[in-house]
Design a protein around this ligand. Structure first.
Ligand code: Q9C
Ligand code: ZN
Length: 349
């Protein structure tokens, strides 16, 4: 199996995040990618490749140009503003209740005002290298799809930072640009493909859902921890089924805290049946390993052998498959769990 990765991810190293009312060391750190690469290299059966550069066009096809411009300029502007600090975190967030007019209003000029205009949480700091790292993650993701469109049955992209929480005009949830959504859209434009996104991260991929909400040609299916008790809290419920031309092309399967391998595999059958029904020509997997039993923020009970079984079951769909890294925060076991999943999908690597 081809594995695409870039060393540029390491330029994004947030020192901390605000979580549960405290500053805690960031969960989404470079050591995650190191763990995955080490396990992939130790396996020996994977073919490591560097990404190609795709520029801004595929990004701007999915994201608001204002968000992209913000991410590109935020750090320099923050430094110039003299507010100090080693990372950008909002103190005020553009809540829709602030504006009875119902629109977003103008983007402020103050650096503090700008960050809260484009993000929705306090867990996703911008540091000096965030823009370059986030761009490299997009290039990794598109390159992975390009290999599959060129005939590889499956390929894995080690995206970091992750992407599935980023919406058209919002970053958050450790995500700055939506690698999977950009890649799915790029694939539809390149080939006329119909794409199914299977999101197995423990968190609902609100960004991917929102981006394809009205799209008939991209099906979004997500298995995740019930948002009543889990980030992103306000979205990811079972009654969210898509809108307009995308009605019926969104499937949320919220699962209880503590979900184990067996219960997960049962729910996966429901998601895979919908994908088979849809008749996708390509599959994008948003691969989060924060469903792991020992994950520090996940709350599910999945195991390495569960991941192998899940990967094997997804492979049985028989679709050309682009697997993109999302979450997973047990750094010590993350690489082993990724390889367990990929080996399940492709036992011969
Ligand atoms: N107490 C991804 O897995 N909130 N993002 C964490 C922990 C943010 C997760 C709170 C979670 C974002 C890609
Ligand atoms: Zn997650």
């Amino acid at each position: 199996m081809i594995v695409v990765s870039s060393p540029l991810h390491a330029l994004h190293e947030p020192p901390r995040e605000v979580s549960g009312g405290r500053e805690v060391p960031a969960f989404e750190i470079g050591a995650r990618a190191t763990s995955i690469l080490a396990a992939v290299e130790a396996d020996g059966g994977f073919q490591l490749q560097a990404p190609d550069g795709f520029g801004l066009e595929p990004i701007l096809a999915v994201h608001d140009p204002g968000l992209v411009r913000y991410l590109e300029t935020a750090w320099d502007e923050w430094l110039a503003g003299g507010t100090g600090g080693d990372s950008i975190v909002p103190d005020t967030i553009r809540h829709p209740g602030l504006r009875p007019m119902g629109d977003a209003g103008p983007e402020p000029e103050s650096p503090c005002g700008r960050v809260g205009y484009w993000t929705f949480d306090t867990a996703t700091p911008i540091v000096a290298g965030t823009w370059q790292a986030a761009r490299s993650a997009v290039d990794v993701a598109i390159t992975t799809a390009a290999r599959v469109l060129a005939g590889a049955p499956v390929a894995y992209g080690l995206c970091r930072p992750p992407g599935h929480h980023a919406a058209r005009d919002l970053f958050g949830g450790y995500c700055y640009m939506n690698n999977a959504a950009i890649t799915a859209h790029w694939s539809t434009q390149r080939t006329g493909a119909t794409v199914a996104i299977l999101d197995v991260d423990v968190h609902h991929g609100n960004g991917s859902q929102a981006i394809f909400w009205e799209r008939p040609d991209v099906l979004y299916v997500s298995l995740h921890s019930d948002p009543r008790g889990m980030y992103p809290y306000y979205v990811g419920y079972a009654d969210e089924v898509g809108g307009g031309a995308g009605m019926g092309r969104n499937l949320n399967l919220p699962l209880p805290q503590g979900t184990d391998d067996a219960a997960y595999l049962a729910a996966l059958e429901v998601g895979l049946a919908r994908i088979a029904d849809f008749g996708a020509s390509m599959l994008v997997v948003s691969l989060g390993l924060d469903t792991y039993a020992l994950d520090p923020i996940g709350g599910f009970g999945l195991t390495a052998s569960g991941y192998t079984a899940i990967g094997r079951r997804v492979a049985l769909l028989g679709l050309p498959t682009v697997i993109l890294q999302e979450g997973g925060y047990h750094v010590g076991d993350l690489g082993r769990n990724v390889v367990a999943w990929l080996r399940g999908f492709s036992p011969a690597a």
